[in-house]
Ligand binder design. Structure first.
Ligand code: ATP
Ligand code: LTN
Length: 327
């Protein structure tokens, strides 16, 4: 079975965009791949975090993974900071990564522009991500388009080290980017990605929003004056986004959704989208409430930490030996 790994950062509240673009895909992949999924808590501290909020978000994200259908029998679920080899190997990888290459990363350029005193961690962030990936000899890395450049950097680092030490230490991973329509946009400004860190919450559906809030946000989503439920992202970004949401949550194609609503007005269509989102999120929220204080989570995380530490130790130790770091 091919192996995959992905992580989400425990920053802010998880959105419908994160669910459709990342978590739901992992639920589908768990049937086909040997899957590793983790909470990228060390990536989260590349920008300032409140310690209490961060602590709460870590466990909350694990409970959400489970509530969304990530099956602990089919996935290895863990917290990045509980496995010491991620940071240890990241240091060795940093020492093999040209300084200039990190400065070219789009995410770094965007995020560093917004802050005056950003941390060095924001700069080396992609190397830690390379470590997350390369420790496990994965075949694929499911992520959004925004993370593709980071996966490419991981490939470059792996190839460089394999070549330098003339040994196949690392498997070269491939990004697994979701298909078109898997990117969800802000409901108020449908030209912008639906994002955890959006300033206006009206455009963002959070996984924990109650039914009334979900309906209100969808019914007031920005559309156009044409009154045709047709997928045309350039000219009708609002309606196209709602079509994507409906298609993804009902596992239908965009064409099938267009056909289903060809005689509907926007009000009727929006109501159906809202029904579909409510039908998806309310059961997740109920499961989440049961899981968040359950002892099962600790057991799953202990197992995840122990299993991944064994695998990661082997790779880290091999690398140390190859580069001469042993007595
Ligand atoms: P931020 O607002 O801080 O940039 P984010 O909402 O983009 O956060 P991340 O933690 O960076 O969230 O992303 C987690 C995963 O969710 C990534 O794989 C990313 O590609 C995916 N994702 C995030 N937003 C969307 C979206 N609007 N549509 C589809 N996938 C998304
Ligand atoms: N950078 C990613 C989170 C992340 C990740 C990874 C994803 C950290 N390490 C390894 C895949 C594989 C993000 O912000 N979405």
């Amino acid at each position: 079975m091919k192996r995959i790994i992905t992580g989400l950062q425990p920053t802010g509240c998880i959105t419908l965009g994160n669910y459709i673009g990342a978590i739901k895909r992992m639920v589908e992949y768990q049937e086909r791949y040997e899957s590793f999924i983790f909470v990228a808590d060390m990536h989260a501290i590349t920008v300032p975090q409140d310690p209490i909020m961060l602590h709460e978000s870590i466990k909350s994200l694990i409970a959400l993974y489970l509530a969304c259908g990530i099956d602990p029998k089919k996935n290895t679920i863990f917290i990045q900071s509980e496995n010491i080899y991620h940071a240890n190997m990241s240091w060795i990888l940093e020492c093999h990564t040209p300084y200039g290459e990190l400065g070219r990363m789009t995410q770094f350029k965007d995020k560093s522009k917004k802050k005056q005193n950003f941390s060095s961690g924001l700069y080396t962030y992609p190397v830690l991500m390379a470590s997350d990936i390369l420790l496990y000899d994965v075949d694929y890395v499911p992520t959004g388009q925004d993370q593709k450049q980071h996966v490419e950097l991981a490939r470059n680092i792996a190839e460089k080290i394999n070549k330098k030490y003339k040994e196949k230490i690392f498997k070269i991973p491939e990004p697994l980017i979701g298909k078109r329509g898997a990117k969800i946009y802000d409901l108020v400004d449908p030209t912008k990605k639906m994002s955890k860190s959006a300033l206006n919450p009206k455009g963002v559906i959070y996984l924990m929003d109650d039914e009334k809030t979900i309906r209100k946000k969808i019914m007031s989503a920005t559309t156009d004056s044409e009154m045709k439920v047709v997928f045309d992202p350039d000219n009708k970004p609002g309606i196209s986004n709602l079509i994507s949401i409906y298609a993804s949550l009902s596992n239908k194609t965009v064409a099938a959704v267009e056909k289903k609503f060809k005689d509907s007005n926007y009000g009727e269509f929006k109501k159906s989208v809202a029904d579909r989102v409510v039908k998806t999120l309310i059961p997740i929220q109920e499961k989440y409430k049961k899981l968040i204080n359950s002892k099962d989570i600790d057991k799953i995380l202990d197992e995840g930490r122990d299993r991944t530490s064994l695998i990661a130790y082997e790779k880290y130790d091999k690398l140390k030996h190859v580069i001469g770091l042993y007595r």
